[in-house]
Design a protein around this ligand. Structure first.
Ligand code: HEC
Ligand code: HEC
Length: 173
């Protein structure tokens, strides 16, 4: 009886690998945009527009989850590229200036050297200098895959402010 079952299983595996090997996927079936992978000439970008409200006049975007980097709600035309000499973002989001102009100030995590466990009193942690590496504007486009994720916030305040530095070691102590 055992022999019959194993012969049966081997035949089944053999057949399925034969069938799989036979079904070749075309390269246009692999990605979400259904375009050839090696040639972008015929790819048509969706017609999308980033938020156009200028800084101070835009509506903040809901945070994706607690301590997620907030999206940039305002137009950043003319503020990039961020260079060693010029970081326009700091001009408004530095803690000393931000509150007075209605911008969210940098959180404590951005003025802390995590590697050497030291608070930074002048400027910002080097790892946080290139803001658009983590914070990006949002365009209103139709998602290709529906997202059913619903965030849970521990309290109302965390929907609008972050506190990563305070909770970073939570669970490791
Ligand atoms: C002229 C001042 C100004 C400049 C320059 C500026 N911002 Fe802002 N930023 C604001 C204000 C004010 C808000 C609050 C929303 C509003 O009123 O438009 C804001 C909101 C944000 C938010 C959302 C904060 C939240 O609580 O949801 C992020 C993220 C942000 N800005 C990132 C940036 C980045 C990155 C740059 C540089 C590319 C930048 N900002 C440049 C003034 C500025
Ligand atoms: C390496 C990724 C990274 C970089 C670079 C970065 N941020 Fe953030 N930012 C985050 C994350 C993650 C959070 C939310 C968690 C936290 O740190 O408190 C955040 C939060 C913020 C907030 C919300 C603060 C609050 O109290 O809710 C502002 C404003 C902000 N960042 C602005 C900036 C600006 C301006 C720069 C550039 C000078 C910058 N960030 C660079 C990852 C980054």
């Amino acid at each position: 009886m055992k022999k019959i079952i194993s012969v049966g299983l081997i035949t089944l595996f053999g057949m399925s690998s034969y069938l799989l090997a036979d079904k070749k996927l075309d390269e246009t079936e692999l990605g979400l945009r259904k375009a050839p992978l090696n040639d972008e000439n015929k790819v048509q970008l969706q017609n999308f527009i980033f938020g156009t409200g200028s800084a101070g006049e835009s509506q903040k975007i809901e945070r994706a989850y607690e301590n997620a980097p907030p999206m940039i709600p305002h137009d950043i035309e003319g503020m990039t590229p961020i260079t060693q000499e010029d970081n326009a973002c700091l001009g408004c989001h530095s803690p000393k200036i931000a509150e007075s102009i209605g911008a969210t100030p940098l959180p404590k995590s951005h003025t802390y050297d995590l590697r050497n466990h030291k608070e930074i009193t002048e400027g910002i942690a080097e790892q946080r200098y290139n803001c658009t590496q983590c914070h990006v504007p949002q365009a209103q486009t139709k998602p290709l895959v529906e997202n059913n994720f619903k965030p849970d916030f521990r309290d109302e305040d965390k929907k609008h402010r972050s506190n990563l530095l305070d909770v970073i070691n939570q669970g490791v102590q």
